[in-house]
Design a protein around this ligand. Structure first.
Ligand SMILES: NC(=O)c1ccc[n+]([C@@H]2O[C@H](COP(=O)([O-])OP(=O)(O)OC[C@H]3O[C@@H](n4cnc5c(N)ncnc54)[C@H](O)[C@@H]3O)[C@@H](O)[C@H]2O)c1
Length: 386
């Protein structure tokens, strides 16, 4: 879904503007490659549906795709949540930088392996937390960091999606993830991004009332209350059983209260809507990832928004790393990559920042699967039951 709707339109747009070269796409089955061939300009597909079939599964072919990448390539990982780590590790072992759809992975110990290998090899691994690029959230960070909200007291976020996500779109892996791990983590990262605070303790709740009646042993909804190192508390509610006829796919928003001010934002209703015979009433979020008439390619459309900006940040960073190390001997190139990545890590969801979201997800899963026990975080984001 995300590849077809956001990742590939972004990458092919960058290619059209001459900022990206060849693109290859790896998928589990050839039918997906065939579909994509009808939607995008030429690319190299793994598997090739003409010679390797359309329905047979090729779970390890991504390794070949990575091996075939040129040295200046970047691997964009958009496999299901629980299958990020093997692709990231294969890319790092081959010496390639990565951009990973959020969350980086689902377990703290996996994140540690990624951090260790990326740091040893001086490789860039960005987690695509696109909400960091939403100007509504950037504004909260900017003003919080200027002190306008004072000390944080509490906050609340909501992010909820329709039943068809768990039952149709993610039917193959919904039981291995949840609405919290899949989308709620966006807001755990947003709180961390805005405030710089690290989590100290959390408790999570989950309900299985509807999805099990449809043959899915998955949570309908998951909620977490996270206590942070300064004693502030952030509550996140998530669901996968909302109505398909909602005015946009995702209900979402966030409020924060500090000692000197508050922030309140409905991230679904941006005060713009369409009503058409074809689609009825739709809330329209111009900030996320929308098509607008291109200034440079008359008659065509450009994708604009934080979904685009977030991936392009990774592509641009990798280009910068490539240019800065061109012609250097391996030791000098490694030192220069490490220096630049350290600089970038101050503001971006490189693995040490992405670890916070991974740890929150991991703790939510521990809590919710164990009768809502409290889970404690230590300074290194190691977890234990209270
Ligand atoms: N940045 C965001 O806000 C955002 C939004 C949606 C999804 N995501 C993340 O993107 C990832 C993918 O989500 P999705 O919604 O596109 O899921 P999806 O199930 O629609 O797509 C997953 C894809 O992975 C492929 N795949 C699975 N195993 C593979 C293997 N061994 N080799 C090659 N390909 C393989 C499948 O063929 C499928 O095309 C998830 O981690 C999800 O959390 C991020």
């Amino acid at each position: 879904m995300i590849s077809r709707e956001v990742v590939l339109p972004t990458l092919f747009q960058e290619q059209r503007y001459g900022r990206v070269g060849g693109i290859s796409i790896s998928s589990l089955t050839g039918d997906i490659i065939r579909d994509l061939q009808g939607m995008f300009p030429a690319f190299k597909g793994y598997p090739d549906p003409d010679t390797q079939g359309t329905t047979e599964k090729h779970p390890d072919l991504f390794k070949q795709a990575i091996r075939d990448l040129p040295e200046t390539g970047v691997v964009l990982v958009a496999t299901p949540d629980h299958l990020h780590t093997p692709v990231i590790m294969a890319a790092l072992e081959a010496g390639r930088h990565c951009i990973v759809e959020k969350p980086l992975c689902l377990k703290v110990d996996e994140a540690r392996k990624i951090i260790a290998l990326a740091e040893e090899k001086g490789l860039y691994v960005l987690t695509d937390y696109h909400k960091r690029h939403d100007r509504s959230i950037r504004a909260a960070r900017y003003r919080f960091r200027k002190g306008e909200l004072g000390g944080m007291l509490h906050g609340h976020a909501w992010i909820e999606e329709p039943k068809y996500m768990a039952l149709e779109v993610f039917k193959d892996w919904a039981e291995k993830s949840s609405s919290f791990e899949y989308i709620g983590v966006h807001y755990a990262d947003a709180y961390y991004f805005v405030t710089g605070l690290r989590p100290k303790r959390l408790v999570a709740y989950g309900q299985k009332k509807y999805l099990p009646t449809q043959g899915k042993n998955a949570y309908d909804a998951v909620q977490a209350t996270i206590e942070w190192e300064d004693g502030s508390v952030f509550w996140i509610q998530t669901s996968w059983v909302n109505n398909a006829k909602n005015s946009a796919m995702t209900n979402q928003g966030m409020m924060l209260l500090g000692t000197m001010g508050e922030y309140w934002a409905d991230h679904k209703n941006r005060n713009t809507h369409f009503v058409t015979d074809a689609k009825g009433y739709e809330d329209f979020n111009p900030n996320f990832f929308k098509q607008y008439d291109s200034w440079d390619f008359p008659g065509e459309a450009d994708n604009v928004g934080y979904g685009y900006d977030s991936i392009v940040q990774g592509v641009n960073d990798v280009r910068r790393l490539n240019l800065a190390t061109q012609g250097l001997d391996p030791a000098a190139a490694l030192a220069e990559r490490k220096r630049l990545i350290e600089e970038m890590s101050q503001t971006r969801a490189l693995p040490r920042q992405a670890l916070v979201g991974v740890a929150v997800n991991n703790a939510v899963r521990m809590s919710v699967d164990n009768g809502s026990k409290f889970v404690l975080f230590d300074e290194d984001m190691d977890l234990r039951f209270e």
